[in-house]
Design a protein. Sequence first.
Length: 440
Amino acid sequence: MKKLIPLIVLALLLTTAIALADADPTVSFADRSGRINGRMDYTLDLRSDKAFAEETSVTVVCAEYGETYRATFAAGASRATLTVPTRETEKRQNVTFTLQSGSGYQADKGKHTLTVFPLPNVRFSSGCMIGYVGKTMTVTVSCSKGSTVIGSNVFELRDQTGRLYVRGEWKNLGSRLSFKFEVTPDMEGARYFSVWWNGFRLTEIGTGYSCITDLSRKVIRQVDTDEPYIAITIDCCYYAANTEKILDVLDKYGIKCTFFMTGYFIRTFPEYAQMILDRGHEIGNHSTNHRKMTQWSNDSQRLSQLHTPVTEIEALLGVRVRLYRPPYGDHNDRLTAMSRADGMEVIMWTIDSHDWDDAYRNTPNRVVARDKYQVGPGCIILHHLGGYHTAEILDEIIPWYINEMGLQPVTVTELMSHGGRTVPDLPIEDTLTEIPEGMR
């Protein structure tokens, strides 16, 4: 009997070994916890106590997301990974993953708890930023929920095309981050900057608006040309009574002018605005209500006084204006940048007729004398729809320009073409939700 005991033990060991060899692999999570920011992909590492004989899919369940995922172990492998997309969250959230037993494997009862943090909340410190070609531009942002950042502290500044301007390391997420870069000519125009981190946009669409221009290209007071063309411009502010008389004079000589309209004029006299367009004249922007522009903040200039008339004119007349005349000629570099970013060139004047001046009210001949003084190719002459004797003065001065001086009045845009000047490009809307493949 004593001789049989070792044989029995050996048999039991062999039986156990055979049973274990035939048992299915047991799958578990390599780690019991992890953390990540919402919207990012998270990688779960899985392992088994022995290699799989053949390729096998393992079921992973997330109760909080209500999702079931499949991880695949290759034949001969004892490790596998599963990439899981996490969801955006406004506050810290725990997400739990469990394994389910299935054909060809057993599931360990352990769980993997993932802590999902909100993305950092980044905002621009200014609603409208200005930059100039050849200068250093600084774009400053602030961050809330900075303590939730997991991993890299490197942030990127991009525009609405996905173009990368600069990367910056945010060492202290409780402070502001300033992106600095040299402005080059290819950056001109309207730029909607956005801050990106790990491939995710952190700032809202439509924020980060910036206006970049080249100040070496001066605003237009007179077009540099030797060709015999001039432009008569008429500002439309508060009055419309003279509209038909002035249009009849222009028709009489077969010329076209540029009418700069305020938002007030468009809203108050829509029928006259339409009449001007129907007679074939060019329409320009003259602000919302004829206020001095440099007294306003960047945001007020751009939204209230600069862009609002653009939308009003387009809504009423179906015309996207490309020229801007600041009231009283009051402008600065900031206004020039904002106007050009909105697709409009700033148009001043060479000769102010003073048809608006009470001192000239009873002496239209003085206005005519001003219209004639030092006029030549490329000049821009300023008149007003509500000026004193404007129709009569134009009736006198236009044939003198044509017959005595050999100068042909044209629209401002046509005059610009004779001097090689063009209007700025129209802005591109900010719709970027992911970085284009070639710009990552």
